[in-house]
Write a new protein. Structure first.
Length: 355
């Protein structure tokens, strides 16, 4: 079987200034890998590499060069290709590995954007997701909270550690005045924005408002400090950036820190295969987990949703609501309604960009 491959770059433009403690996002580049048989190019699999600045070890030109290498390798090959071996060489290129894995899964399932055979794609079974509230002015954040609740979300994730802490407390306090923890589950994401000297004190003050969990309260690669917080914090700690390019082996890291939760981002953590490894280690250590997209377009988001659906026993709300961030995303059957995302068979993909 003679394979062909093509590569595309697409700049995704945000609908608004998306604030995090690492700065404001207005646009993001993604790189797409298309795999097909040379004698049947209309049946293709497509995967997305969406590395993030400041987080991904294969950000920008690094991912782009590697994808170009893969395209050249595939196009020069006249016979079978050891794709599994190729995937194994991409440990230092997690977003590219994710793109290649998902493009191949899609191709193997006849190029109909079915990455895994499960109930999400085949039976339109929805997945519960959290509503994401981005950093910004107090008024902007409060408006987002209202929009998410009006849209039916009962789990809200609030990005914090950019405003004055007292202002952020005020936003959370006002939310809790109106909605109890039985009505709205509230998650926080500090993106490493607290200092190690005052993090515990801030966590104690936040705990008055029945917080489900807080992601990465301090910067990554401070193993002793985050271990201490996991032991002492009144709010369950979620590791996020700590798992991206860790200084310790996966098993050692989780055994030492003992977080209550971890978050998995396949594009940043070794693709599908790397994420499965993290899940296996977490479950052996009785650590709960959920999966989050990392600002991918609907192509990458679709693959991540279908990967999540491989674990139907995980009932936690997932972080999969990012498809509505861009005004030049690809139209898809993904639909967010009442705090859930589903794959609607009555809707179609628009992938004319890749023709």
């Amino acid at each position: 079987m003679a394979f062909g491959a093509q590569y595309y770059k697409h700049t995704l433009n945000f609908r608004f200034d998306a604030g995090t403690s690492r700065g404001v996002l207005r646009k993001k580049d993604s790189y797409f890998l298309k795999i097909f048989q040379k004698d049947q190019p209309d049946v293709f699999g497509i995967g997305e590499a969406g590395p993030l600045k400041g987080l991904s070890i294969d950000y920008g030109e690094i991912a782009e060069r590697k994808i170009k290498e893969i395209v050249e390798l595939v196009n020069l090959s006249s016979g079978n290709i050891d794709f599994e071996g190729l995937i194994n060489t991409l440990e230092r290129f997690p977003s590219v590995r994710f793109a290649l894995e998902t493009a191949l899964f899609d191709f193997q399932n006849n190029g109909k954007r079915e990455i895994f055979k499960n109930s999400f794609f085949e039976n339109q079974r929805p997945i519960a997701i959290n509503g994401l509230v981005w950093m910004g002015s107090k008024e902007f954040m409060q408006r987002q909270i209202k929009e998410k609740i009006d849209a039916g979300f009962d789990t809200i994730k609030l990005k914090i550690a950019a405003l004055n802490f007292e202002e952020e407390l005020s936003i959370i306090k006002n939310l809790r005045k109106e909605f109890s923890s039985s009505q709205i589950t509230l998650r926080l994401d500090a993106n490493g924005g607290f200092s190690k000297t005052d993090a515990l004190e801030k966590l104690k003050r936040l705990s008055d408002f029945h917080i489900h969990s807080i992601e990465q309260p301090i910067e990554a690669n401070q193993v002793d400090e985050i271990t201490f917080l996991c032991q002492k914090s009144p709010i369950p700690i979620v590791l996020d950036e700590e798992l991206i390019n860790p200084t310790l082996e996966k098993n050692e890291l989780l055994e030492i820190i003992k977080p209550q939760y971890i978050i998995l981002k396949p594009s940043l953590m070794g693709g599908i295969s790397g994420s499965r490894e993290w899940i296996n280690i977490a479950e052996k250590n009785n650590i709960k987990w959920w999966i989050t997209s990392a600002l991918e377009s609907n192509i990458g988001l679709n693959a991540i949703c279908q990967f999540v659906a491989e674990f139907p026993d995980n009932r936690l709300a997932q972080g999969l609501g990012t498809g509505q961030l861009y005004h030049n995303n690809f139209d898809s059957p993904l639909k967010v309604e009442n705090g859930q995302i589903s794959y609607r068979k009555d809707l179609e993909w628009n992938l004319d960009y890749f023709n």
